[in-house]
Design a protein. Sequence first.
Length: 366
Amino acid sequence: MQSSKRTSAYLFCVLAMVGWGSNFVAAKIATQAVSGLTLLFFRYLIASLILLFVYRKRPRPKLTGQDKRNIVFIGVFGYCGAIALQMVGVSLSASSMASIINTMTPVAIIVFAAPLLGERASLQQVIGILLTVAGSIVIVGSGGGESQPLGIAMSFTGMVLWGLTSVWIRRSCGNVDGVFLTIYGTLVGLAADVPLMAADIAINGVQWDKIDGGFWLAILWSGAVATAGANLWWNRGLESLPAATCSLFYALLPVVSTVLGILILHERPTLQFLLGGLVIVAGVVIAILGERRQPEAGSAEAPGEPPLNFSRSRAPSFAPEHEIPTRDPAFQEALKGAKYHDHSGTDRCRAGRAGCHQGLHPGADR
């Protein structure tokens, strides 16, 4: 892959983390009026409208049955299921615990990438990823508050499911590009969230007095940047980079959220944040330097396809039914008086020497 394209893929992953990281601020404002599952519906509704408008003139790919099944899986279990589980999990557990669980996403991606993509992380990559996880935990800290076992289980299940979804997106990029995987997956996720939103409103209701300009601004940002933009950038990154490499950038989430807190909420950085940030940067650098170059999704050597190997190429041979009928009387008659040459120009076949096949049909029995 060209270095410029690889650099763009790195940038897409960084932008995805910035988008997702900024959603913590937007969600904090929006959830004053609605709960998480209702917010999720509005995120996907706005994201769907934006993506459909922006890419309305882009030629649509012809989907196979497998492509459709992949999109349904990504939309239902990833965009809807995984995110909904994490949202509910956060409400039933301490935020620090949910954040620590979320930092384990790179581990889940590596575990699934090996059997599904054939992408095995190098030892240096594993060390780098473990460092990023450790740095994230340092930033998040042990925190406080009580966590219900159900909340921990839901957060962990959502994290594992999103790790599997990310690998499945990488697996699906061979036939459908990242743009349309994002569009179709978002539409499926929107449809899947409708019954969840209805149940959420029935149980938790809506704080109508909290719906104001700030609410709609937060909803718009969450849908346009933190969903449409971030999901699109993430999928574009997965198109060109191994899943394990993309997973490294998850360590930037707590960094982004903390930096935004400093810039917007005027929070002061702690020594804990600075130490954790240094560990994360070191882990990312170590892992990228130890990256095993994987073929680009959709290429001739993409995951799931056998690599092309010309080191033992053989001359083509004809199947038996295509052999020249050398013992046929008509053929023998046609050979009389004719002269044939092999590749070296030496006379090898003359009239009546029907047993010499080298210059006539390679691969036939001699």
